[in-house]
Design a protein around this ligand. Structure first.
Ligand SMILES: N[C@@H](CCC(=O)N[C@@H](CS)C(=O)NCC(=O)O)C(=O)O
Length: 228
């Protein structure tokens, strides 16, 4: 199996945690895609994922699976012992629900804000972005407000249960965790009153799959090109 990704980027980091959880890392050949150089917007990559985003999983028979949730479901069910996507109908439904909330209310608005808040993503990639994305603007600030509201929502959830979808660590936790790291990179300050979310984050960051996953750090050249 191959995974097209880039070290340090948030959605790819979700899959790196899944691979560590499932012990599947050694079976994967990683193919690094130059996002800042807009490699993912060229025909060769768009043929693999028309949405032009990473990560993408390519199976040995050539099947292409994009969307982190779909990739997670595939990897989690590969050997018939799902641990991250639920086993009972109730568990599966609750994880699916919280996963969708983590996407819609957190990681996606943070991603949009990041594009607003970063003054140019490099001349090659910027050519594929809306010009108005070069400043913070009202739309960017609305996404930031949405993300902060999302953090407060998950803080409420975590006041009464140990993990995002209930009693067990699941893919919804992975998405919220990656989203909070993305928020840090985008310059969205973590709300200090979100004590339950903060405690959960500290606990999750100590899980072996999270702590020891590969591909955590950005390629130094990418940081330079992003102006960090
Ligand atoms: N919904 C997608 C989102 C993937 C995504 O936005 N990936 C980012 C990297 S974290 C990307 O490829 N961005 C490239 C771009 O926006 O040009 C998923 O769940 O995998």
């Amino acid at each position: 199996m191959k995974i097209y990704d880039r070290p340090g980027f948030p959605n790819p980091s979700r899959i790196r945690i899944v691979l560590a959880e499932k012990g599947l890392g050694p079976q994967i050949e990683f193919v690094s895609v130059d996002l800042i150089g807009a490699e993912h917007k060229q025909a060769a990559f768009l043929a693999k994922n028309p949405s032009g985003v990473i990560p993408v999983l390519e199976l040995d028979d050539g099947t292409l699976i994009s969307e982190s949730t779909a990739i997670t479901e595939y990897l989690d069910n590969l050997h018939g012992h799902p641990t991250l996507t639920g086993t009972t109908p109730r568990e599966k439904a609750l994880i699916h629900m919280m996963q969708k909330r983590a996407d819609d209310e957190l990681i996606d608005p943070i991603g949009i804000y990041f594009h607003h808040a970063t003054p140019g993503l490099g001349p090659l990639l910027q050519a594929y972005k809306s010009p108005e994305w070069a400043d913070r603007g009202e739309w960017g600030n609305r996404q930031k407000a949405k993300a902060l509201q999302g953090m407060r929502y998950f803080n409420q959830v975590l006041k009464t249960q140990p993990y995002v979808a209930g009693g067990k660590f699941s893919m919804a936790d992975i998405t919220v965790f990656a989203a909070l790291n993305f928020a840090d990179a985008a310059g969205i300050a973590f709300p200090e009153d979100c004590i339950a979310l903060q405690a959960w984050r500290a606990k999750v960051s100590e899980l072996p799959s999270v702590k020891n996953r590969s591909g955590q750090n950005f390629v130094p050249e990418d940081l330079k090109r992003l102006g960090f």
